[in-house]
Design a protein around this ligand. Structure first.
Ligand code: COA
Length: 256
């Protein structure tokens, strides 16, 4: 695949890279379409882990493309937001854990992509912010919904209202990222995390992801019901039989 998005699949780890150096990896419509295609292909090729990152050493993604959207009418803006929602939802519902490897600026829509991932790892140079109010708009690719779920209501309001750009360490303290690592250790750290996840039972991880996502979307009773059905559905699978047999036989499991 060539163009603004590339996909590499290695040992079950699909790495999707945003590559628009001319705009610090800002995402225009063509890049969003290509991102959707890459996610489809990664799913078809049965990726066990998804890693999302930005090319180069400066940016994960500097947001939605301001040049493209500057003159949008309301219907055009609505369609652009829908496309961004399609992409973030595709990441959130991807049937395997997704890791955002935040290697630089993750602003506006860039941060919203990272928020749709399961885990976020930032390098020391990363700068994160939900900066849309600086532009006279609000987050439009899920930030108003996913940010408070991740960091809590007050912190989300402050980040959105003030458009603060926070460094990696502050982002970690706010709960916006799970790990901060030295710039030259980001790739290795994410690769190790991805490889550990890829070795784990994939259907259990996919089920866990779906159930935890449900916890943000349903009331407690419906969520518990979903969990019970998910839990039961794993019985009889190869990995359940193998995981439990391996425990009882005091050996390492060989998952599918
Ligand atoms: N959309 C379109 N183009 C963008 C962009 C975006 N979100 N972010 C950066 N670019 C472009 C710049 O216009 C510039 O293009 P040019 O070289 O043709 O002038 C190029 O990327 C480099 O950006 P520049 O601002 O010169 O780099 P910098 O190092 O001085 O600053 C940032 C980097 C990220 C701090 C700054 O570009 C920025 O604030 N970008 C906007 C971030 C934002 O508001 N994102 C939310 C959008 S929803």
């Amino acid at each position: 695949m060539t163009g603004p998005i590339s996909l590499a699949l290695d040992d079950g780890v699909a790495t999707v890279t945003i590559d628009r150096p001319e705009s610090l990896n800002a995402l225009n419509s063509a890049a969003l379409d290509a991102l959707l295609d890459a996610l489809d292909e990664a799913e078809e090729r049965e990726a066990r882990v998804l890693v999302l990152t930005g090319a180069g050493e400066t940016a994960f993604a500097a947001g939605a493309d301001i040049e493209e959207m500057a003159d949008f009418s309301t219907p055009e803006a609505h369609a652009y937001a829908s496309l961004g929602h399609d992409v973030t939802r595709a990441i959130e519902t991807f049937p395997a854990p997704a890791i955002a490897a935040i290697n630089g600026y993750a602003l506006g829509g860039g941060l919203e992509l990272a928020l749709a991932c399961d885990l976020r790892v930032a390098s020391e140079r990363a700068v994160l912010g939900q900066t849309e109010t600086d532009l006279g708009i609000v987050p439009g690719w899920g930030g108003t919904q996913r940010l408070p779920r991740l960091v809590g209501d007050e912190t989300a309001r402050r980040l959105v209202y003030f458009g603060d750009r926070v460094d990696a360490q502050d982002a970690h303290e706010l709960g916006l990222v799970g790990d901060v690592v030295a710039n030259d250790e980001l790739d290795g750290h994410v690769a190790a995390l991805a490889s550990d996840l890829a070795a784990r039972p994939r259907f259990a991880l996919a089920a866990a992801k779906e159930a935890i996502t449900q916890s943000h979307e349903t009331d407690l009773a419906a969520g518990l019901d979903f969990e019970r059905r998910t839990w039961a559905s794993l019985f009889g699978t190869h990995d359940q039989r193998e995981g439990m047999a391996a425990f009882l036989e005091e050996r390492d499991p060989a998952f599918e």
